[in-house]
Design a protein around this ligand. Structure first.
Ligand code: HEC
Length: 443
């Protein structure tokens, strides 16, 4: 009797398992079919905010949050930046990372001017930086210590707006934040192309007094359409990891390229692109990558991308380890929701509130600008709220608040801060004869 019951029990378990197995296979069959039916459709492994609870990163993304994501348009592509941003991001990535002409194995962007040679220490207006000097091989290779820069970014606060920046406790999750996890021991390089370099130097914006003069003259700052800047983030790697990374040496130490951000003036509010190595500790953890060109529905680099790599002399086995996080071309989407994009290393600690375009719109110069602290006398970098337990302040996002720039109570409205065309690197400038700006520390 007991035996029989046990047999029945075993049988029903087996049956249930079979039913579950059939259900699972047919469900995954449906998924596969969908994937097969739509090759190259957007990869949305997880929705915009990959976490629904606040994590170590900070506040959780909300259902209304939108990450950069663009539908594929039908018809001829006449404006690649706006009509097919993801493809444009990859194409520009390939153009910048293709081998530079001649010997040396460097990439196109590695021949540009290091920002440390634009915003020089002890600037002397009689001796402006020259492109030839700034791009000398030993100069342009210099690295900046990110740890120091991040500390400098967070500590300054001499501005009228800073009183609004006191930590506010918010309802909801209370993350305990440890930035180290996402942003390991990294170094960075910021490199300007010729268009960017010439504009900064010829307009005397490479030292603080020149920037204040622009404010006083109320002279609009508008970079030319060929201006491009790269921010490269490097992390120390083991020699056995060399095949997995684009790598370089600095001071005898081996570094792998972990993040690659480029901005260019192909549209008036710039395009903002974030690429990451797939081994970055927080890649795709808090913000899902948005890419409808480079990575196919199965999560593999697409055939189109591999073809593009080969066309630019890039080995697909290596370069497909880099992924597009997203490309931002607007402040908001068509219904006014803030568009978010953040790199898991460069924006570690505020990735879930990050908007490249909105934060960079805060790069300004005001009458009280000086070099004592990074960005002092300008609009503060972080306009967003603080979240309890997260030591890092958060990014503002969405459309900029015009009343930060103008006082509209007067006629005509009075200028409070002059916007510096989205280039935060201006905050790295020194006063004539001084070298106290923390951006200047290099290895
Ligand atoms: C909360 C503010 C903030 C956000 C969000 C932000 N940045 Fe920045 N960015 C800065 C600051 C401050 C600097 C200057 C210091 C440095 O080099 O890190 C900077 C520097 C840069 C530079 C060097 C050139 C320059 O003139 O600013 C690039 C390129 C850049 N960021 C790209 C991006 C991209 C792409 C994103 C979005 C994925 C982004 N940033 C998001 C604040 C921000």
């Amino acid at each position: 009797m007991l035996q029989k019951k046990r047999k029945q029990f075993v049988l029903s378990i087996a049956l249930a398992a079979l039913v579950i197995a059939v259900l699972v296979t047919s469900a995954s069959g449906v998924l596969e079919k969908q994937a097969a039916a739509a090759p190259g459709e957007p990869l949305r492994p997880r929705p915009c905010g990959s976490t629904t609870e606040g994590g170590a990163e900070g506040p959780a993304m909300q259902p209304q949050d939108v990450c950069t994501s663009y539908a594929k348009l039908k018809g001829p592509i006449l404006e690649p930046t706006m009509q097919y941003p993801d493809r444009y991001a990859w194409r520009t990535f390939c153009e910048l990372n293709q081998p530079a002409p001649g010997k040396g194995g460097e990439r196109v962007w590695q021949r540009w001017a290091n920002q440390l040679d634009v915003f020089v220490s002890r600037p002397d207006p009689k001796h402006p930086p020259t492109w030839a000097d700034a791009t000398g091989a030993t100069r342009r290779d210099r690295f900046q210590k990110r740890a120091e820069l991040v500390a400098a970014l967070m500590s300054h606060g001499s501005s009228e707006e800073s009183s609004r920046q006191t930590p506010t406790s918010t309802a909801g999750p209370q993350p305990k934040y440890d930035a180290q996890e996402c942003d390991p021991d990294t170094m960075q390089q910021v490199l300007f192309n010729r268009g960017q370099f010439d504009y900064v130097v010829s307009n005397n914006l490479w030292y603080v007094e020149g920037q204040i003069a622009a404010y006083k003259a109320q002279k609009p700052i508008v970079f030319p359409t060929d201006a491009t800047v790269v921010k490269a983030v490097w992390r120390p790697i083991h020699p056995s990891d060399k095949p997995k990374y684009f790598w370089t040496h600095s001071k005898g130490k081996l570094y792998g390229l972990a993040s690659f951000l480029f901005i260019n003036k192909s549209i008036p509010t710039w395009t903002w692109a974030s690429f990451e190595h797939i081994d970055n500790p927080c890649f795709a953890r808090y913000e899902a990558p948005q890419d409808n060109f480079g990575v196919n529905a199965a999560g593999k680099p697409s055939a189109e991308l591999e073809k593009m790599f080969r066309g630019f002399g890039l080995d697909p086995a290596l370069w497909s380890r880099y992924r597009l996080g997203g490309i931002q071309t607007s402040f908001t989407d068509s219904v006014g929701r803030p568009v978010l994009l953040g790199n898991s290393i460069a924006e570690a600690g505020f990735q879930t509130t990050s908007s490249c375009t909105t934060c960079h719109a805060r790069s300004t110069v005001g009458p009280l600008t000086n070099d004592k602290f990074f960005g002092a006398g300008r609009l503060p970098i972080f306009g967003g709220k603080f979240y309890a337990g997260n030591l890092r302040p958060q990014s503002s996002n969405g459309a900029p608040d015009s009343s930060l720039y103008y006082d509209f109570s007067t006629t005509p409205p009075a200028l409070k801060y002059l916007q510096m065309d989205f280039a935060w690197s201006f905050a790295c400038a020194n006063n004539i004869g001084s070298d106290s700006n923390p951006c200047g520390t290099s290895e």
